[in-house]
Design a protein around this ligand. Sequence first.
Ligand code: MLC
Ligand code: AMP
Length: 476
Amino acid sequence: MLFPKLRQPDDQEALRFGARALNYQELAEVAAAIAERVAGRERIAVWATNELETCAAVIGGLCAGVAVVPINPKVGERELAHILGDSRPELLLAAPGFQAPEGLGDVPVHEVDLSVRGGELPPEADEEAPALIVYTSGTTGPPKGVVLPRRAIRANLDALAEAWEWTARDVLVHALPLFHVHGLILGTLGPVRLGGAVHHLGRFSSAAIAAELAGPATMMFGVPTMYHRLAEDAERDPAIGEKVGQARLLVSGSAALPAVEHERIERLTGQRVVERYGMSETIMNCGVRADGDRRPGYVGRPFAGVELKLVDEQGEEITVSDDETVGEIWVRGSNLFSGYLNRPDATAAAFTDGWFRTGDVATRAPDGYIRIVGRKATDIIKSGGYKIGAGEIENCLLEHPAVAEVAVTGEPDPDLGERIVAWVVRAPGREVDEQELVDHVARLLTPHKRPREVRYLDALPRNEMGKVQKKALQHA
Ligand code: MLC
Ligand code: AMP
């Protein structure tokens, strides 16, 4: 059962967005009404704005046993067309006031009305039934739909609860988007599975996080960019650090938390951040436990139900734990996705002998702690905790008439971790300003995929085979 407390609800608060909230009794009734509305469908989409209705829609869909596709509400035309064409949702659920983007086509829209209440929740769906389809970027091509079964969500959330001593008494605060694993599964379904509460801030603000942690909230989830901003603000205003210091647990993930930020947060708040490592395809693989050693740069040991090994270039397992020998992280276990939607080729290519190859490269310390040191693919960029494929931005920029050639790279950035840089060769006789190219990507893909910088070149560096040498660009 995914949400036991919805079967025996009481008046304890479950979800809060500012002044609006739902307790378990109300959430169970709203979810029952939504479940009734969507029953019998194979897949529905949810326009995932940071609102109560998004959470209710996802939970209602899951209660009905229908696969839910959360959609970034800032998604651009091209990306929306791809997601809709690939997942073919039979219905889109959205909060009242939803303004249909042009590309929505003939997908019917149902506005979620929280005052509409249902009776009994339907019987629980099969454990292997698809629960969520989350779109994530790869090195090339458009994003792929990661099919996550109910089993993976249930098993992984329970493992997190055990490791972090996370219970119904906890109140989680965060400002994460609701269309990715971090904000949706950990940040929303997590508290509801455990019978606890989540306070979603709508948008990130250090002052709001601090006020929550000095008040009702016990835990915070965030990406490293948020911890960086929290530290910057706490440097200016010590009251922020003092309030954040009252948290039971600060958890960071989705990208590496730099050691300097870990140490800065500790100095400013007295709290050591717990880091965990996950992926859309695997939910959470490993993490530091609440009672574990919170060392900067380490993502702890595998969670319950997860098997993890390091594999060298020859495909051999690395058996030493010397914190020096580097290998790719391969995982298997109850946390894994069931495949990429409509992409049996990509699914098959991602596995070797039942192990999912993450593409992340790490060492293992004598005590089993994993330290992520990099990524196999240079064409994956993590910016603000969002995974972005260089290829999709290159393809998008090539559609612009002023762009003859382009290469996209990620460069270190103190706030975003990596920032997207586009290296552009203009078409002969064409002028184009940077903002126009930035807006072009924001409009067709999504704003977080926009280049933060455009650099113009006369030609891209290529090898004898004609392949662009991105390493040479980074030093150009
Ligand atoms: C800017 N904007 C534009 C624009 N330029 N809009 C249209 N066209 C343009 N050219 C808008 C943006 O949409 C945004 O709107 C605002 O301007 C500011 O944009 P930004 O600077 O990009 O946003 P910022 O606030 O800086 O974002 C930082 C952030 C965000 C940390 C809040 O990156 C974020 O939420 N990251 C979380 C990513 C995440 O959840 N990843 C988990 C993946 S799961 P507006 O209206 O918003 O202000 C995973 C697995 C795991 O990785 O392990 O967890
Ligand atoms: P996504 O596909 O958006 O789910 O992103 C997953 C990727 O985020 C992983 O493959 C890692 O590269 C990265 N990631 C997540 N958590 C961490 C972490 N704690 N440290 C370093 N990288 C991380």
